[in-house]
Structure formats: structure tokens, C-alpha cells
Design a binder for this molecule. Structure first.
Ligand code: ATP
Length: 382
């Protein structure tokens, strides 16, 4: 049986390794699962730790956290817990053997619980477990030949109904394929094509779709994934849109969402604002090309969010000059504020904002050059 202890030992003494030490010394029957085992096998330093243990995961998490002193989150209903220490994350789950009646057919070294746990995972490369118990430390349990698929560079589902069981795996498949520069195994590719035809993804809640989209845009090269999603007609986009998303990289998520049916995605208010601005991009750019005064350049660009501003420069490099002006104007501090208006004797009210904005616009346009001129101007009209 393969052993990964040497790889584990090579890693620096991180929080994750302290957690592994804890379980090695404890009596818990513990396995590392998922990404940790996969990344270790690929020689990549894993970021998170996914632990399945036979026993009370919540109790174990409390004990471990006394040692790590991180932030402990308990999910009582699921029997799971998460510990976060300086951006490193440890997920602990209780394996529940009594629900799975197939134990008679299991190899005696690996209990039913871990087998079941791996059976419900997404891809062969994510369906491996490594023991961290002292008597079997480093032993890999790999019932679906995940190690071989890593060697071959394949993304492969465990069974034909995998995407039907959980359509979020479709998006996960594209994510892993691109992250590792793998290929889809032949049947898996077939299942994906079938899933696209029957629009399987629509069965997911908007929340889950959005979560997967966000994970795609957290990857190093989200544009590449979007290009492929489009190629598979998963989310067909124009070449121009793909190019913009590639250039925007992580911020491309908003442009992407603006280009698909996002009606059921639970976007936050600020995300919605960005997406809506992307919808009005042509109108905004027309306005920007007509405007000449510094104050209106400032307002048009200042009302937009950064990803939208970035997209404008990508689409129309000729706006670079207007952006330079905008960046200079951003540094300008208003000569006067509300306190000044009060001192002059004006009553506080909605007109305050109007006056301040009128004076500031004149300041941006160079019509008012000093604080004194600004105050004189107000006194004149007061
Ligand atoms: P990474 O975080 O590097 O993308 P990971 O493998 O740690 O990879 P997670 O999303 O944290 O990914 O999931 C942990 C493990 O849980 C996966 O490796 C996989 O085995 C399993 N898993 C996650 N989502 C699903 C799913 N939708 N269906 C089946 N198994 C899943």
C-alpha cells in the first residue's frame, strides 16, 4: 500500500501538521481525506485539512483546538466542526458507520465508515483517504484508483449518476480540470455533455451555483475555465465576453454573471450594482465619450465600481486619458465642508449636500481655486 508519510514529513511544521501530530498521538481512528491527500500525492502543499474520524468529531475538535487556539465553529446537526488558524482551515467530520449496511464486504483494514465516506465523493482524485492513526499512519486507501488518475491526469466521476446526484460537481469538474491541467476521462466527458443537454445545472439552487461560480473565480486562471464552460455550451458566451473576462481575471466574475441568467443567484446588493452597471456598459461608455468637463468625468467614473472601470479601459483604451484625469481628481480634497456652511449661518438640511457638491464641481473644473473663493461664493448666494 502506498505511503505518503515522507511527503507529509517534508512539509514545514504548519498548523496542519500540528493537527496531524495531535491525531497521530491520540486514540482516534482518523483519516485525512479529499484535497489534502490529492495535493500531497501531487507534490503540492495542501492548504486545508479535511479530517474524517470514527468517533465524536466535535469532541475531538474541541480537544484539538485547545492545542491550536484557533477559531472553532461547531455544526452540531451535521456532527462537523471547523477550526481556522491564520487562514489555515481544518474541517472535521464524524463518520457514521451505522447507516451503511455493507460492512460485510469491506476489507478488514478499513472500516465501513471511511468506505462510505469516499463513495459519496465527487471525483476519483478526491476519493482517497490516508490514515493518521499511529498504527497505520500514512497508509492510503484508494478504492477508485485516484492515484492512477493523478498519474494519467484525469478527472473522473465515481459512477454514472454522479452529476445527477449533485450537479454542482459539473462546475467542480471544470475547476479541477483547469487547475491541474487534466483531461476529462472519456465517460465523464460524455456525462458532462448529457448534463449540458438536459440543463442539469438548473436543478441547483441559486446559492449553490453562485458558490461554485465564486470558487471558479478564486482560481488562478478563471478565464480559462470560462472559455471551456462556453466551449461545452455550458454557459455559451461570445468571444468578446470571454476575452474581457480573461483580462478582468478575478473581477471577471461580475461580468460573467452579467452575461448568464443570474435571476436566481442570491447576489448581494453591491454585487447586483456591479452586474447592473455591466448591463449598462454601452450607455455609460457613450456618456463618457461625450463628456468633456472634469467634474462630469469624475462623477461618471466615480459612480462605478472598480471592476466596471477596469472593463471600460479594456474595452476602450482611448479612455485612458479620461481615467488619468479621474485618478488625479480623486486626490482632490473639497475646500469646504458642512461645518463651514454652519459657520456661515446656513441651516443644516438637504440643500447642504447640493451646495457642497456644486462648489466641489466648480473646484474640480478649476473655476474655484482657493478655499476663500469657495466661501465667498457661498456667502454671495446665502
Ligand atoms: P480545494 O479546496 O483545493 O478546491 P478540496 O478537495 O479541499 O479542494 P473542498 O470543496 O474543500 O475541496 O471539498 C473537500 C472534499 O469534499 C473534496 O475533496 C471532495 O472529496 C468532497 N466534496 C466536496 N464537494 C463535493 C461534492 N459536491 N460532491 C462530492 N464530494 C464533494
Amino acid at each position: 500500500m502506498a505511503k505518503l508519510n515522507s511527503l507529509v514529513k517534508k512539509q514545514k511544521k504548519s498548523v496542519l501538521n500540528r493537527a496531524i501530530d495531535f491525531f497521530f498521538k491520540s486514540d482516534y481512528h482518523t483519516y485525512l481525506v479529499g484535497g489534502y491527500v490529492r495535493d500531497n500525492a501531487m507534490g503540492i502543499e495542501p492548504v486545508d485539512l479535511d479530517i474524517v474520524l470514527e468517533g465524536d468529531a466535535i469532541k475531538a475538535a474541541r480537544q484539538l483546538n485547545r492545542n491550536l487556539k484557533g477559531d472553532l465553529q461547531i455544526y452540531q446537526v451535521f456532527g462537523t466542526a471547523t477550526i481556522t488558524v491564520n487562514n489555515e482551515r481544518i474541517d472535521l467530520a464524524t463518520a457514521r458507520g451505522e447507516q451503511y449496511p455493507n460492512s460485510a464486504r469491506l476489507p478488514h483494514v478499513f472500516p465501513a465508515t471511511i468506505i462510505h465516506d469516499l463513495n459519496r465523493r465527487d471525483f476519483t482524485i478526491n476519493a482517497m483517504a490516508m490514515s493518521v492513526s499511529h498504527h497505520t499512519f500514512g497508509e492510503i486507501f484508494d478504492p477508485f484508483n485516484g492515484l492512477e488518475d493523478i498519474r494519467k491526469g484525469l478527472i473522473k466521476v465515481l459512477h454514472r449518476n454522479s452529476f445527477v446526484d449533485d450537479p454542482s460537481r459539473l462546475l467542480r469538474a471544470f475547476r479541477y480540470k483547469n487547475r491541474f491541467d487534466f483531461k476529462f476521462e472519456e465517460k465523464t466527458r460524455q456525462f458532462i455533455n448529457e448534463a449540458v443537454q438536459i440543463k442539469l445545472i438548473d436543478r441547483l439552487t441559486g446559492k449553490r451555483i453562485l458558490n461554485e461560480i465564486n470558487l471558479i473565480f478564486d482560481e488562478n486562471d478563471p478565464g480559462k475555465i470560462v472559455r471551456e464552460l462556453s466551449m461545452y455550451k455550458f454557459y455559451p458566451l461570445s468571444t468578446k465576453s470571454i476575452r474581457i473576462i480573461e483580462r478582468l481575471s478575478r473581477d471577471g466574475r461580475y461580468y460573467f454573471v452579467a452575461n448568464i441568467d443570474y435571476s436566481k443567484l442570491p447576489l448581494s446588493r453591491s454585487e447586483k450594482a456591479i452586474v447592473q452597471h455591466f448591463h449598462k456598459l454601452d450607455v455609460i461608455m457613450k456618456k463618457l465619450s461625450k463628456t468633456q468637463t472634469k467634474s462630469s468625468i469624475f462623477h461618471i467614473l466615480n459612480d462605478l465600481e472598480e471592476p466596471v472601470r477596469k472593463a471600460i479601459v479594456i474595452l476602450q483604451p482611448k479612455f485612458e486619458l479620461k481615467f488619468k484625469i479621474y485618478r488625479r481628481l480623486q486626490k482632490i480634497k473639497p475646500f469646504i465642508n458642512g461645518q463651514d456652511l454652519k459657520k456661515i449661518g446656513l441651516n443644516e438640511g438637504p440643500q447642504f449636500k447640493k451646495i457642497l457638491s456644486r462648489i466641489f464641481d466648480q473646484q474640480l473644473d478649476g473655476k474655484i481655486k482657493t478655499r476663500k473663493q469657495a466661501l465667498d461664493q457661498i456667502r454671495l448666494k446665502a
